[in-house]
Design a protein around this ligand. Structure first.
Ligand code: PLP
Length: 384
């Protein structure tokens, strides 16, 4: 058996295979140069265009461009909750999902996830509803749509709003419908590693005229005309340079997503029969756009921890990562607020997940090497 690279053996890949790689073409470069030369740097014509194209792509009534996914979520919360309101959110997510609630004066109430899809468990959401609950914030984690039908029914039965965290799920579909078209508010991120990027940036989609108007005002200090402010707000505007990149990324999104889906298939075909590895599940009737390709380790079968497994893969030149090692309710910033919160599935899963590269810039050879590296590391650490 070939020695592991971490112990001095030869790495499976002779080049580093990164976890993400933005694909920026000449279209984006030339458009940004045109913007810079035009002198119109603040949001303008191209920002309006990316909003219009996003609205059409998602099939929503409104699309509002903002400066980040965090800004999108913060604005969504500011229009939905008041101090003391409770919002049910998964803890197995990036911390921005929950920060947006706290920053708006609300209380995040963490619900557990379903182990197969990594998305919030509707049964646990039901358990967590109180008289103070105002909204649910499901996350379409890794590009997999949450259980939209069950969650929408719960929201309707209990008079709750839904703010979908779609930061990782551009172009994902549920029952043939783009996840950006669902009520009440959908928040996207265009961060550098996302399925489409503007470096930093984000988008809010909604079908509600009042919400759209409030978000448009709040993202620019509640200003209705020059230096006349009718409500509190922030500067969460997108720049014209971001929009210049974004319009071309949006036009390429379907192609990028198809490559991710194809890469995920190749990885699953190579990994599904390897002992101790659980490959990603795709919810029936959904288009999972594989922002991340995340496997689970049956840790009892291994003579190593998940972190040792990841280290060994990285030594083989495969940029394995963990999304996310510490659930939000166990983060230092939250611990004092979250006494006695126990989320057994979340805590179990957080110790076992490993993300592998799946982005559209991978070659067939890269995909083969990723599978080989996993095989090699498993063969060293698996007990059988
Ligand atoms: C699930 C989730 N929510 C929210 C965000 C925040 O987006 P941004 O980094 O654009 O502020 C991210 C992205 O990093 C995310 O992955």
């Amino acid at each position: 058996m070939e020695e592991l690279a971490i112990k001095g053996g030869r790495p499976v890949s002779d080049h580093w295979i990164p976890i993400s790689k933005p694909l920026i073409g000449n279209e984006e470069v030339n458009e940004v140069i045109r913007v810079l030369k035009s002198g119109q740097l603040r949001e303008g014509r191209l920002t309006r265009r990316i909003e219009e194209e996003s609205r059409r792509k998602c099939g929503s009534k409104h699309a509002i461009a903002v400066s980040s996914g965090t800004a999108a979520l913060h604005l969504a919360m500011m229009t939905t909750i008041k101090p003391g309101d409770e919002v049910i959110v998964p803890s197995f997510t990036f911390i921005a999902s929950a920060n947006s609630i706290l920053l708006s004066g609300g209380r995040p109430i963490f619900a557990d996830i379903d182990e197969k899809t990594f998305t919030v468990d509707p049964n646990d959401v039901l358990e967590k509803i109180t008289s103070r609950t105002v909204a649910i914030e499901p996350v379409h984690l890794y590009g997999q749509p949450a259980d939209i039908k069950a969650l929408s029914e719960i929201a309707e039965d209990h008079g709750l709003k839904i703010i979908w965290d779609a930061a990782q799920a551009h172009g994902a579909q549920y029952d043939g419908r783009d996840i950006g078209s669902f009520d009440d508010i959908v928040c996207f991120s265009f961060y550098a590693t996302k399925n489409m990027t503007t470096g930093e940036g984000g988008m809010v989609t909604t079908n509600d005229d009042d919400i759209a108007r409030a978000i448009r005002l709040m993202k620019t200090h509640g200003q209705v005309r020059k230096y006349w402010h009718i409500m509190l707000g922030l500067n969460y505007r997108m720049t014209e340079m971001q929009a210049a990149v974004g319009i071309h990324q949006l036009r390429k999104l379907e192609k990028f997503n198809e490559a991710r889906i194809r890469n995920a298939k190749v990885l699953t075909n190579g990994l599904r029969y390897i002992n101790g590895i659980i490959t990603p599940y795709v919810r029936p009737g959904c288009k999972h756009v594989f922002h991340q390709y995340t496997i689970m380790l049956e840790l009892e079968e291994f003579r190593c921890t998940r972190d040792e497994f990841v280290k060994a893969l990285r030594a083989e030149n495969v940029d394995a990562r963990v999304h996310y090692p510490t659930p939000v309710h166990l983060q230092p910033a939250y611990r004092s607020l979250m006494k006695d919160v126990r989320l057994p599935v979340t805590e179990r899963v957080a110790k076992r997940v490993v993300s592998l590269p799946v982005h559209p810039a991978l070659s067939d050879e890269d995909l083969k090497l990723i599978v080989e590296a996993v095989e090699k590391v498993v063969s060293h650490f698996h007990k059988r």
